[in-house]
Design a protein around this ligand. Structure first.
Ligand code: SAM
Length: 277
């Protein structure tokens, strides 16, 4: 662990609760960086104490990033600067992407030290499909904007991953049930901490569970993708054909119903002739 770091920007993931999750490589970078850009220097000071390290720090957060960034980029040519957020992976619902972009545009090395991320950890606890997922981050706080954002998500065929706070959890789950349908979901809470839990159920049952008892701590909501639309029943298809036949010849009626109900056109055509005959 004695080789020194080449100059550049190091994106360092830090624990989301259990300090044992800090990787040896992350600890090495933090102990050798010339400067640590931290979302909250007091929080990062705690982590540095844990690994017995003292390094110069500068605050880098949403409110000062535009002002601080040019100075950081100017230093990257000659120094190794680590970027950390309060917990987890920087840039994921946290500041940093503009710093990465500007560092790369200025020709500096950008290195990532991957590690904990609440969204990915929650996916591993939820027991829901992981082949396609969409990280949504925090929904807007205002009711109208929140419902609009949820409506946008409703057609997406992927597991959804959202960050939320305890006091808002029940209302958000109820709005999600309204906007997405009552899908299977998981509420993952306090991941890697003493009271870690993952509670599963439908969105509405979870909304009811948390309505009277807003949970403490940090929360990720994971929601199953929409189910396959149910195949139309024989009664539905007969009713649709009967109606279409009042307006159209058999071939066109079969074509229209096949498209609308996603059924086989040939079979519908045969059925239409049978109904007419
Ligand atoms: N960059 C972080 C990451 O990689 O997960 C996320 C930062 S975001 C500002 C903070 C949110 O992440 C919290 O409000 C919560 O929704 C989620 N979160 C962070 N730590 C968590 C944990 N230990 N358990 C559950 N959710 C957590």
């Amino acid at each position: 662990m004695t080789d020194t770091l080449i100059p550049g920007l190091y994106i360092v993931a830090t624990p989301i609760g259990n300090l044992g999750d800090l990787s040896p490589r992350a600890a090495k970078v933090l102990s050798q960086a010339a400067l640590i850009a931290a979302e909250d220097t007091r929080v990062t000071a705690g982590l540095l104490r844990h690994i017995g390290v003292k390094r110069p720090m500068i605050a880098y957060h949403d409110h000062n990033a535009d002002r601080v960034r040019p100075g950081l980029v100017a230093r990257l040519g000659g120094e190794a600067i680590a970027l950390v957020s309060d917990a987890g992976t920087p840039l994921i619902s946290d500041p940093g992407y503009k710093l990465v972009r500007d560092a790369r545009d200025a020709g500096h090395a950008v290195v990532t030290i991957p590690g904990p991320c609440a969204a990915v950890a929650a996916l591993t606890l939820a027991g829901l499909p992981t082949d396609r997922f969409l990280f949504v981050g925090f929904l807007p706080a205002k009711a109208g904007a929140k419902a609009e954002a949820i409506a946008e998500l409703s057609g997406i065929r992927a597991t959804l991953v959202l960050y939320e706070s305890g006091p808002r959890l029940a209302a958000t789950l109820a709005t999600l049930a309204d906007g997405l349908g009552d899908r299977e979901a998981a509420v993952a809470r306090e991941i890697t901490k003493k009271f870690e839990e993952a509670v599963t159920g439908t969105l509405s049952s979870l909304a009811t569970r948390y309505a009277d008892a807003p949970p403490k701590g940090e929360i990720v909501i994971v929601i199953a993708p929409p189910g396959q639309p149910e195949a139309a029943s024989a009664e539905d298809s007969d009713a649709a054909l009967t109606e279409a036949l009042t307006r159209l010849p058999a071939g066109k009626a079969a074509g229209e119903v096949a498209k609308r109900l996603k059924l086989d056109r040939k079979a519908l055509y045969a059925r239409a002739l049978e109904m007419k005959g």
